[in-house]
Design a protein. Structure first.
Length: 186
């Protein structure tokens, strides 16, 4: 089921501006409470907001705002938690889109600074896409060795589809390495 969702999810950039009903928002809050962090020792919080500013050129009825203690692994932890929400939205007919350059009204939550935002709501465009709709590098350009899990990693969201990673599959393990970003992507 998870691989099926990964293989069709997309970033939604056009939303019906009508807010989601209270029952759906309550379900979103329940999901937020149940997501598992990558690093349980890193504190984080997720807020639900109706307004976030940024350079992203889209307007959604709702936003998730992610906050975290500043320590090693914090960004990976937020990415892991946030991607669970992204896949939850896609699975449940709700559009979503990561917002790398965003500013919420609350700069801090529970003493933690803001990290990143995510728009969500009823899509005003197609919610899913076929595999041919993904604009991604071929697996051979981002990995060496074979592991069937690498295809899901290849399809993962990436800022402007830069896919700034490289994987080495070896002995049942996948080693992940960052690639340097060009100054334009930073």
């Amino acid at each position: 089921m998870l691989n099926e969702i990964i293989r069709k999810r997309k970033s939604v950039r056009k939303y019906d501006q009508a807010p989601l009903d209270e029952k759906t928002i309550a379900q979103v809050r329940e999901k937020i409470a149940s997501v598992a962090p990558l690093y349980p020792g890193i504190r984080y919080s997720i807020g639900v907001s109706g307004k976030v500013k940024g350079l992203f050129g889209l307007s959604a009825p709702h936003y998730l705002t992610f906050y975290s203690d500043e320590k090693d692994g914090a960004y990976e932890n937020i990415g892991f938690v946030g991607q669970q929400m992204d896949l939850y939205f896609s699975e449940n007919g709700i559009g979503s889109c990561w917002l790398g350059v965003s500013k919420p009204a609350e700069k801090e939550l529970n003493g933690m600074p803001f990290v990143i935002g995510m728009a969500f709501g009823n899509p005003d465009e197609s919610l899913h896409r076929s595999l041919s709709g993904f604009k991604r590098k071929p697996l051979s350009a981002i990995s060496e060795g074979f592991d069937s899990r690498l295809e899901s990693a290849r399809l993962a969201p990436s800022a402007i589809n830069a896919q700034n990673w490289f994987f080495v599959a070896q002995d049942g393990k996948i080693h992940c390495f960052p690639k340097n970003l060009s100054p334009i992507i930073i």
